[in-house]
Design a protein around this ligand. Structure first.
Ligand code: ADP
Length: 259
């Protein structure tokens, strides 16, 4: 799309949006997107107006998680109207390409698509915009962290040592660009056996809390490994909306409260 107006300074805020927070992880598959969507819905359940910007160029998952298909409308060929899912305003890299199309965009194209979604999206008034970041700590992530005016970042990790080493790199990346760490979430923190009711720490337990204490950032909460979380996510009905009074929704609302 042609840009008629000059590009605003990279760190300028977005009018109408109160705060932009990133949900990030040191590597893929730890439940970053699942956390991002349920955190956004938890913030909404706590009374805020919330949007979500799915910036995960490698595997945009908001269309599936929020059961949204189609493409955002454009106004005068440039202004994008975010889609809506469960009351959230949503923009996703996934709306711009087919699910089967591999993401082989070069860095500058990714940044310009992201900037367009962020700054030329018709977000309206939002208290919070949650950005689902691409996993990892490479150039794309660093540039995004620099280009989006972030109020802070939430880091998602599983309890294993290896995942925590990657999470630590994520923490360091945000610190490097002066983005405050809002806290760490431990996902897949434990498993409650549906038959015997006892707790199994499949990937270990408590590593993220220890790490948070060690570096002096808030620990936001523990989310169990649970079939219902996976099924509701994959089914496009995240657990905070499909079971709002359940124990999992409560955990996510508490994380949203602390973040
Ligand atoms: P990431 O964004 O870090 O790549 P996802 O959020 O896409 O990870 O999660 C990867 C897979 O793990 C998905 O199938 C998701 O449904 C599942 N998952 C994530 N968190 C949990 C959890 N707490 N319990 C069960 N399954 C989970």
């Amino acid at each position: 799309a042609a840009h008629a107006k000059p590009t605003p300074p990279a760190k300028a805020g977005v009018p109408g949006i109160g705060a932009i927070i990133a949900v990030a992880s040191g590597k893929g598959g730890v439940g970053k997107s699942t956390t991002a969507v349920n955190l956004a819905l938890g913030l909404q359940a706590n009374g805020l107006k919330v949007g979500i910007l799915d910036a995960d160029i490698y595997g945009p998952s908001m269309p599936r998680l929020l059961h949204i298909s189609g493409r955002p409308q454009t106004v005068s060929g440039r202004i994008l109207k975010p889609m809506e899912g469960y009351g959230l305003k949503v923009m996703s890299m996934g709306f711009l390409v087919d699910e089967e199309t591999p993401m082989i965009w070069r860095g500058p194209m990714v940044i310009s698509a992201l900037t367009q979604m962020l700054r030329e999206g018709e977000w309206g008034e939002l208290d919070v915009l949650v950005v689902d970041m691409p996993p990892g700590t490479g150039d794309a992530q660093l540039t995004m962290a620099q280009n989006v005016p972030l109020a802070g970042a939430v880091i998602v990790s599983t309890p294993q040592d290896l995942a925590l080493i990657d999470a630590r790199k994520g923490l360091a990346m945000f610190r490097k660009v002066d983005v405050p760490i809002l806290g760490i979430v431990e996902n897949m923190s434990y498993f409650i056996c549906p038959n015997c009711g006892s707790q199994h720490d499949i990937f270990g337990h408590g590593g993220a809390r220890t790490e948070a204490e060690r570096i002096g950032v808030p620990f936001l909460g523990e989310v169990p490994l649970d079939m219902a979380i996976r099924e509701t996510s994959d089914g496009g009905t995240p657990i905070v909306v499909s079971d709002p009074d359940g124990a999992h929704a409560k955990i996510y609302r508490e994380i949203a409260d602390k973040a």
